[in-house]
Design a protein around this ligand. Structure first.
Ligand SMILES: C[S@@+](CC[C@H](N)C(=O)[O-])C[C@H]1O[C@@H](n2cnc3c(N)ncnc32)[C@H](O)[C@@H]1O
Length: 375
């Protein structure tokens, strides 16, 4: 079983799966955070190893609302870099972010959003923010799906989502807006601006996590909350079904390990404990941390984890190339041979129900203390 939520608040969560409704407004002591069911495999499947959990075209169920521009964008921002037909964020930013910003990758982001909310009991976040939350910031918003859902759920809040690319839809709730901003540069908002700052799946994007949390602290209002959700990208197994000679190990895990070192960023933020450390060093209090194992594929016994795993498989099958192309070129050299073969093997392993792979993600949140009379 994964590191389970271990605080008294967490112990109140459902032991059989994250099924409780969103619980905004609780105090840290009464706040209920869902626990994860045990991640064990269901019975061995019959039939071929590489049978998909999903039928048909992997992306056919997805809408096309992740449009590619916003109204106020100048032409230079739209001059994306292109690598083998995939587009990446504009050269204008110094950051070298590793996934494309095109429709195919945005679809994967939307599916990822779905499995992450499923994993934590159909919630968007775990921090005990108040119902009357006013100003909210979502850093590295991607397709904008979290910010849009948050704005829908809290119609009185004003939500800002930022990213390197203007890849968010045009038709959004009136209380959400998107801005271009590189979060590795000094943040432009004034001190004490936001009630809630959120960052999710920024692994591989941030060289200095301490600074990221310091900036988040500065722009958060006293009493406000910051929540970070990150994942370690390496795929593990507890029963040896991810073997040392698999493509999962030799291609996927190897790429992320090597590219992280080369690019000076981590794809293992949990292993390096960047979230807890960052929140503590910045000065946050009431920090709570919840780690979940999420399956790659629909192999678990537990129904909800099975569903989560099917969506994880879908997000990866939808765009294994998008997750790896830039890294392959970075680690192996531009257009190095063997890439297409690895992609094919990787897809086959992703479909193999006898491989019980999983990744880990962690939700960590903390509160900025109120100002004291002497502060
Ligand atoms: C994996 S996506 C996650 C999107 C979104 N947070 C979610 O969870 O649905 C990471 C996003 O971070 C953005 N990003 C990467 N580096 C960034 C930076 N330096 N400043 C702002 N956004 C960045 C990428 O463009 C991408 O859209």
């Amino acid at each position: 079983m994964a590191d389970q939520p271990s605080t008294p608040a967490a112990a109140a969560g459902s032991p059989t799966g994250p099924a409780s409704p969103a619980s905004a407004g609780g105090s840290p002591s009464t706040h209920v955070v869902p626990q994860q069911a045990e991640l064990v495999a269901g019975p061995d499947p019959e039939g071929p190893e590489d049978e998909d959990d999903f039928d048909g075209d992997s992306d056919s169920a997805l809408g096309d609302d992740a449009a590619s521009s916003t109204n106020s964008i100048t032409a230079s921002i739209m001059e994306y870099r292109t690598i083998q037909g995939r587009t990446y964020h504009s050269e204008k930013h110094n950051s070298k972010y590793f996934t494309p910003n095109d429709e195919q990758q945005l679809q994967s982001q939307d599916i990822t959003h779905h499995y992450l909310t499923l994993l934590i009991g159909d919630k968007l976040f775990l921090a005990p923010i108040p119902e009357n939350v006013e100003r909210v910031l979502d850093i590295g918003t991607g397709s904008g799906i979290w910010a849009i859902d948050f704005a829908d759920q809290f119609p009185n809040a004003e939500v800002i989502g930022t990213d390197l690319s203007p890849t968010q839809p045009l038709w959004v709730p009136p209380n959400v807006k998107f801005e271009l901003d590189d979060c590795t540069q000094p943040w432009t908002w004034a001190e004490d601006t936001f009630d809630f700052v959120h960052g999710r799946y920024l692994f591989g994007a941030i060289a200095d996590w301490t600074e990221w949390f310091r900036q988040a602290y500065r722009v958060t209002k006293p009493g406000g909350w910051v929540e970070s959700c990150e994942a370690d990208v390496e795929i593990l197994s507890d029963d040896g079904t991810v073997t040392p000679d698999s493509s999962t190990e030799l291609f996927w895990n190897m790429l992320y390990r090597s590219a992280g070192a080369k690019l000076g960023v981590t794809f293992q933020p949990l292993l390096e404990n960047v979230q807890n450390k960052g929140l503590e060093e910045a000065g946050f209090v009431d920090i709570q941390s919840y780690t979940y194992k999420f399956p790659v594929g629909g192999w678990p016994q537990d129904k909800r984890l099975q569903e989560v795993g099917q969506y994880v498989q879908l997000t990866m099958l939808n765009d294994v190339e998008g997750y790896t192309l830039f890294l392959w070129n970075t680690v192996m050299g531009e257009n190095a041979p063997g890439y297409q073969e690895y992609l094919a093997y990787m897809r086959k392993e992703l479909r193999n129900k006898r491989i019980h792979g999983y990744m880990k993600c962690r939700f960590v949140f903390g509160r900025k203390p109120e100002k004291t009379a002497t502060a």
